[in-house]
Design a binder for this molecule. Sequence first.
Ligand SMILES: Nc1ncnc2c1ncn2[C@@H]1O[C@H](COP(=O)(O)OP(=O)(O)OP(=O)(O)O)[C@@H](O)[C@H]1O
Ligand SMILES: Nc1nc2c(ncn2[C@@H]2O[C@H](COP(=O)(O)O)[C@@H](O)[C@H]2O)c(=O)[nH]1
Length: 399
Amino acid sequence: MGEAPAFFIDDLKKDLTNGDILKLEGHETAINIGLSKTYVIGGMDNESTSNIEVRIYDKSIGDWVIPIVLGAKPNSSKCYSAVLFDEDRILVIKGNSTSDDCFWFLEVNTAFVREQKRRFETDVVAWSKGVIGEAEIPIVISGPSGVGKGTLISKLVEEFPSKFGFSVSHTTRASRNKEQNGVHYHFTERNVMEKDIQDGKFLEFASVHGNLYGTSIEAVEAVTDKGKRCILDIDVQGARSVRASSLEAIFIFIRPPSFEDLEKRLRARGTETEEQIQKRLKNARVELEQGNSPGLFDHILVNDDLETCYKNLKKLLGLNEGAETIHKLLPEFVEVPLEHTASKIDQKILINCGNAEENSDRNTFLLDLSSTKGGAPGRTRGMNIHIIKPSTNGTKMLS
Ligand SMILES: Nc1ncnc2c1ncn2[C@@H]1O[C@H](COP(=O)(O)OP(=O)(O)OP(=O)(O)O)[C@@H](O)[C@H]1O
Ligand SMILES: Nc1nc2c(ncn2[C@@H]2O[C@H](COP(=O)(O)O)[C@@H](O)[C@H]2O)c(=O)[nH]1
């Protein structure tokens, strides 16, 4: 049984550095990792800082280090507790928050963080939001330009709005007439997108028909966080990158009935100049060949008659009539108050809410982290939460 302490805001002076007195400011919590480093997490009582800050006291140099902080940062709260989950990750629990925003992992030495430390040649930490429950794995749809990927995806999202969500890509190409920024694409300047790629914000990116396209980690997580299955419409290079990434997905390649049909569709759409059409058709020949690459795509569909192809797509996704009305049970939803304590037992975190003497009805939660997957950059998914209710004779039962 491994037990790790949690520290709270009223621990203003605490011997966290095995000898040195460390002064915590405002709403901060701190935790030791190894013999030499103390991670101080939280913020001052300052309206201007809306995100949780991180600083490291390095005993070996006797000084503070401000690390590069990667990943989407949690908003600040008035109370945090921290539990050392393993040597690589600190679980931070935000007081006064609900379970959709109260569990965060600060990664200090995971493979991703080690790679970033090498890249930046300085201390790096990365946030990853803890999410309760699993999500259905994303669907990657690829195929040559004009084959009908967008048409098929739109039909699926329209018929099953609560089941599927579209991953909104970034692109440097100009928007077409009816395209909306943030809905069809995030239309971006090349230098901004290149900087974001450098900063590790993209799951994949590729140069397609002369423009830069890419899927940000946030684009996929935003859909999955809503409990929806994410659909990515990306080219074959992008599909290859996702295959090589840690994201588990289903890969579907859409083929036209013939090259002539593909050309007709592209021209009939009327969104490209003749020069652009020629470029897309040239690239289509390469993509059609690559669609057969062994081990890349799980399924190949021919989009001849649209309705038939759509029916086949639904079939392979296991959707039948009335599927939209079937809802999965939502994972347990809990609220962690300002005053709480947290302690670790194996892969589980016991969270006691409130003051034991004053409130006998206080909730106790058991957060099971044994099936977690993923991590920075992105989310840590697969947490399970159980509510332990006090029984009348004082024995606590798992619900
Ligand atoms: N089965 C089909 N039969 C005839 N026309 C189709 C069929 N499927 C789609 N189309 C039409 O073909 C054109 C291209 O379709 P769509 O824009 O969905 O292709 P796409 O694969 O998403 O292209 P891109 O990769 O360039 O975004 C559209 O005008 C669409 O209405
Ligand atoms: N690798 C990626 N490819 C993408 C992404 N978003 C779209 N695409 C592909 O680009 C072409 C052209 O699209 P268009 O909207 O300009 O017609 C098409 O094949 C898309 O699948 C992305 O994020 N990454």
